[in-house]
Write a protein that binds this ligand. Structure first.
Ligand code: HSE
Length: 447
């Protein structure tokens, strides 16, 4: 074994960083044996040096992250700070000083991945980020390496644990969104400000990263259509149940049917209870991949948490250290297909639409005509009497207030249609005098 240790700088020492530091110490011998040289943690940059950090060597703590990455003899910088700046500058500076970088920073990778990959290639170093998507689940490396000889057509994932916990609670207890969010907060799953999770920003960043890697192209977070789960009601969940489905916040990356473009989106969707993703409970993550030769694959596990995420960081650290030792680098960015990202209007899928309508002759025919005029084919229609909308009594309709006496709930499920056609259909439905309101629209996936 080589005696000179590989030097590692750690940027950030929160939930994940402190676990990385701990495991680097406790597993030092195994890591050295697997890499072929010892790894030495030479500095830990933090914002709050006074914070108590049990099991983290106090003498390594510094507040000067820039000085640490510029020190010149760092082999690998591990970045677990998060956010765009100053991290982007720290990472590019690390590359300029010859260090490979292991990052868990989904926001930065989803915003500026191409620039970072180019900078890493220019300086002949590695950029690894397994921990940026779905925590401990090995996903980036299988997509980049194990499936490098295959053609991935679709990635369908539950990539945010907080929202999966909320939807799981709504499904299993009948709770409303706010009640389930309160429980997620009390149990420490949801942040004090849950916006990034519940509005789908976190999942959209992960979708951008997955789509780029899966389809060998470039996708940024701005290309990802995003809808959060704040509008999902107990009535939606009950309606999904009636269809033999459950509701999940899905990240969906697809190659178009003609193979000439891709789409990436995050939104709540109904999936059949028979789909493997339907059984992903609590705060777990899972990603379902469809490839030409491999067929259907599913990756499942904890998508967050300090120790679990540290596992992915350390896997990357070992890979980067091995490459340093061999004086080589791993595969860099693969974006040769240059496939454009199509807008949401071109996505083709199925829809579940709940309408509150007047219950009188001719209304169903009027509604069906609107679907027909927009070339959206209806699969099933279910009418429920008043006060039983979607199986949940007293569900509100658009514009507030309950359904009036003499109204009925009409639930329409369509065949596959372009999103733009469905939007135009809904707009026209809203204009019908006999349609009191559109209670909910949800896509149906995974069939
Ligand atoms: N907040 C994320 C989640 C974990 O709830 O899954 C980090 O991406």
């Amino acid at each position: 074994m080589r005696m000179r240790p590989l030097k590692v700088a750690l940027l950030g020492c929160g939930v994940v960083g402190s676990e990385v530091a701990r495991i680097m110490t406790t597993h030092a011998d195994d890591l050295a044996a697997r890499i072929g040289a010892p790894v030495e943690l030479v500095g830990i940059a933090v914002r709050r040096p006074g914070r108590v950090r049990p099991r983290v060597p106090a003498e390594l703590i510094t507040t000067d992250a820039m000085a640490l990455v510029k020190s010149g003899d760092i082999d690998v910088v591990v970045e677990v700070i998060g956010g765009i700046e100053p991290v982007r500058t720290l990472i590019t500076t690390a590359f300029e000083h010859g260090a490979s970088v292991v990052s868990a920073n989904k926001a930065l990778l989803a915003a500026d991945g191409a620039m970072l990959h180019a900078a890493a290639a220019q300086h002949n170093v590695d950029l690894y980020y397994e921990a940026a998507v779905a925590g401990a689940i090995p996903l980036i490396r299988p997509l980049r390496e194990s499936l490098a000889g295959d053609k991935v057509n679709r990635v369908l994932g539950i990539v945010n644990g907080t929202t999966n916990f909320i939807l799981d609670r709504m499904d299993s207890t009948g709770a409303g969104y706010s009640e389930a969010l309160d429980e997620a907060t009390a149990l420490g799953y949801a942040e004090a400000d849950p916006t990034a999770d519940v509005e789908g920003f976190d999942a959209a960043a992960k979708a951008a990263i997955l789509a780029g890697i899966a389809f060998h192209t470039r996708v940024t977070i701005g290309d990802v259509h995003r809808e959060g789960l704040t509008e999902v009601t107990a009535a939606d969940i009950a309606s999904a149940r009636q269809m033999g489905c459950t509701v999940k916040l899905l990240a969906i990356c697809e190659r178009s049917a003609d193979g000439q473009s891709v789409t990436a989106r995050v939104h709540p969707a109904m999936i059949p209870l028979s789909h493997p993703l339907a059984s992903v409970r609590e705060a777990y993550n899972a990603v379902f991949v469809e490839a030409d030769a491999a067929g259907q694959l599913m990756f499942y596990g904890p998508g967050a948490g300090g120790t679990a995420t540290a596992s992915a960081v350390l896997g990357d650290l070992v890979a980067a250290c091995r490459n340093k030792l061999a004086n080589t680098t791993g595969a860099g960015e693969s974006a040769y297909t240059q496939l454009p990202v199509s807008p949401m209007g071109e996505v083709v899928t199925r829809y579940h639409i709940s309408l509150d309508v007047e219950d009188k002759p001719g209304v169903l025919a009027q509604v069906a005509t609107v679907f027909s005029e927009h070339a959206v084919s209806i699969d099933t229609v279910r009418q429920q009497g008043k006060d039983s909308h979607n199986g949940a009594a007293g569900a509100s309709v658009e514009g507030g207030g309950g359904r009036r006496a003499g109204d009925a709930a009409l639930v329409v499920v369509t065949h596959r249609a372009p999103d733009a056609a469905l939007s135009a259909t809904v707009e026209a439905l809203r204009k019908l005098d006999t349609v009191r309101g559109v209670a909910s629209i949800m896509r149906v996936e995974g069939e």
